[in-house]
Design a protein around this ligand. Structure first.
Ligand code: COI
Length: 401
């Protein structure tokens, strides 16, 4: 179905109206609802659980956290309603939502999410890594999915309140990369089957103590290069962090699993030639000459916080960071000629995970079964900042407790 040409402009102006309305209400100057006094910003007050986890239970989770399987005692929630904006904010006991079967997100996938971590330093203090970036990206994703934008300060308050309340759940680094993974998300929570932007939206943050994303930790993984499926097309939602992107990657991910691969690499949907990203993380390669190459942002790739952090510190480590179009064929040829010596996946969840080989229907391009020296060096540099073991030269850390 082709939409009328005025549609894009109309969507944009709807977003603008919404944003202006929310901002006006926050400034206290609502002309439409003069009797309602709304707070300037959200505070996420606590309603504590009656059944807090025991220290023994938390210790047992910390001893074998896995990834995204255990959750803390509380969650942060807020509701946006057309006409009144954001409110009903609270930190409440962790628990299920009750959703009407006609809830819009269940039908039309109007949903966005984020991923960030809280790190415990050796002195016991707890820190976030570049959380404003996640806040801004959530706003950008929300704009693309026609969801309301949560102000950056409200995002930060929701995270900090939850981490403060559930601080006992933030693990020590445990000599590796243990942390509290935070998953903010927002979805269309309106009972209505018409296809339009929801007039009621739920925002929520849940928290999960985690170890490495891949079970093997820093052991190199194999990557399946699909020539059958695409992740995102021009004008699509590739740059947004929305559940639909991940759902559509699963079939290729499972195809990869059948070929012994833990992740799938997508090429661009238009030509099938340029490297884009993995199912759930960005990709980088290192050349023998010291170039660190990653696909440039084209609107179809997620603007990873870890990606940006690596590009920022690469030159401090003697590498030459380059974000440019790189074809899958170039990667294959240069691995085969020995000119690409390392490759890794990067993201909040995966940190940096080395790539052992790229596999496709046409054969394998092998880098090696051992993690590369540069990969380990960059990985350590990022983790050292996150865990307070190295100077925070870029002002990336934000203290919670
Ligand atoms: C992240 O790195 O935070 C991700 O979103 C990847 C994945 C777990 C979906």
């Amino acid at each position: 179905m082709r939409l009328p040409s005025c549609w894009d402009a109309r969507l944009r102006s709807l977003n603008e109206e919404r944003r202006a309305g929310d901002e006006e209400r926050r400034a206290g100057g609502t002309s439409d609802l003069p009797s309602i006094v709304l707070p300037m910003s959200l505070s996420f007050p606590l309603t504590a659980t009656d059944t807090p986890s025991t220290p023994e239970k938390i210790a047992a989770v910390h001893a074998a956290p896995g990834f995204g399987v255990h959750f803390t005692d509380h969650m942060a929630v807020a509701t946006w309603r057309q006409g009144s904006g954001w409110g009903e904010d609270a930190v409440v006991p962790y628990g299920p939502f009750q959703l009407d079967p006609s809830t819009a997100v269940l039908h039309y996938a109007q949903e966005v999410f984020e991923g960030l971590k809280a790190y415990r330093h050796d002195d016991g203090s707890i820190w976030l890594f570049r959380p404003k970036r996640n806040a801004e990206r959530l706003r950008a994703s929300a704009r693309r999915l026609m969801l309301p934008e949560l102000p950056v300060d409200d995002f930060l308050t929701s995270i900090e309140q939850l981490v403060t309340v559930d601080a006992a759940w933030v693990p020590d680094a445990q000599g590796g990369e243990a942390s509290l993974y935070l998953r903010p998300f927002m979805f269309a929570n309106e009972s209505f089957l018409g296809v339009r932007a929801a007039q009621q939206v739920t925002y929520c943050v849940i928290a999960s103590p985690v170890g490495p994303y891949f079970a093997g930790g820093v052991q190199p993984v194999n990557i399946w290069v699909t020539d059958q499926y695409s992740r995102a097309g021009k004008g699509g939602t590739g740059a947004a962090k929305c559940g639909g992107n991940y759902a559509s990657s699963l079939i290729a991910q499972y195809e990869g699993a059948e070929h012994g691969c833990s992740q799938v690499l997508f090429a661009d949907a238009g030509t099938g030639v340029n490297t884009e990203e993995l199912g759930g993380m960005n990709i980088m390669v290192v050349t023998a000459g010291g170039e660190l190459i990653t696909p440039e942002l084209t609107g179809t790739i997620l603007e990873g916080v870890t990606r940006d952090s690596i590009l920022t510190i690469a030159s401090e480590l003697g590498l030459n960071p380059v974000a440019r179009a790189i074809t899958v064929a170039e990667i294959f040829d240069r691995i085969d000629s020995g000119d690409i010596v390392e490759a890794f996946a990067c993201g909040t969840a995966a940190v940096l995970t080395p790539v052992a080989e790229f596999r496709s229907h046409h054969g394998a391009h092998v880098i090696g079964a051992e993690p590369g020296e540069r990969t380990l060096q960059i990985r350590a540099a990022i983790l050292d900042v996150q865990y307070g073991r190295a100077a925070d030269r870029h002002g990336w850390l934000r203290r919670v407790l």
